[in-house]
Design a protein around this ligand. Structure first.
Ligand code: SF4
Length: 167
């Protein structure tokens, strides 16, 4: 191990921190996570909390089957199931995540899939009916724009391959 080892920004809920909308965490149990913890590679962060949202909070989805890029371009909003517009908080949280990742020298991000912030493979379509579609959230979009490689919790092996070849 050297100080050059690339760091990984990880969704705080994947570390088990109780930051999700329902006030719970969603810890990811995997030997790779344990290894990266001992290597001091993981840096936890929650975009929605950073954007100023409380915990717990109403679940939110990107409207109209659209994506994080559409939110950033002003074509879609992020709406709570209760009708509140949390677009500004989601964008602010994503910007703070990028700033934090840069400050911590994170070249990679491991973000939980399905979230309107952190999702990178699928998200929900805005109908609050549990309907998924291929897509990505606001933070995932901003991280990609910033050149940070984003992986979902379904892509641990791919991330490990990238980390090992840049270590
Ligand atoms: S914003 Fe990301 S890190 Fe925060 S609770 Fe949602 S999925 Fe987890």
């Amino acid at each position: 191990m050297t100080s050059m080892s690339p760091k990984i920004l990880i969704s705080a809920c994947l570390l088990g921190r109780p930051v999700r909308y329902d006030g719970r965490g969603k810890p990811l149990h995997d030997p790779l996570i344990e290894r990266w913890k001992t290597e001091d590679r993981l840096v936890g962060f929650c975009p929605e909390q950073a954007g100023g949202l409380p915990t717990p909070r109403p679940p939110a989805e990107i409207e109209g089957g659209m994506n994080g890029d559409d939110v950033l371009a002003g074509r879609a909003r992020v709406l709570e199931v209760t009708g509140g517009d949390v677009t500004a908080e989601f964008i602010e949280g994503g910007r703070q995540t990028v700033a934090f990742a840069r400050a911590q020298d994170c070249r990679f991000a491991l973000l939980i899939d399905g979230s309107p912030s952190c999702g990178s493979g699928f998200i929900y379509d805005g109908s609050f009916s549990g309907t998924r579609h291929p897509g990505f959230g606001v933070t995932a979009a901003l991280m990609r724009q910033a050149g940070i490689e984003v992986f979902s919790n379904q892509q641990l092996d791919r991330l490990a391959a990238r980390v090992d070849c840049t270590a």
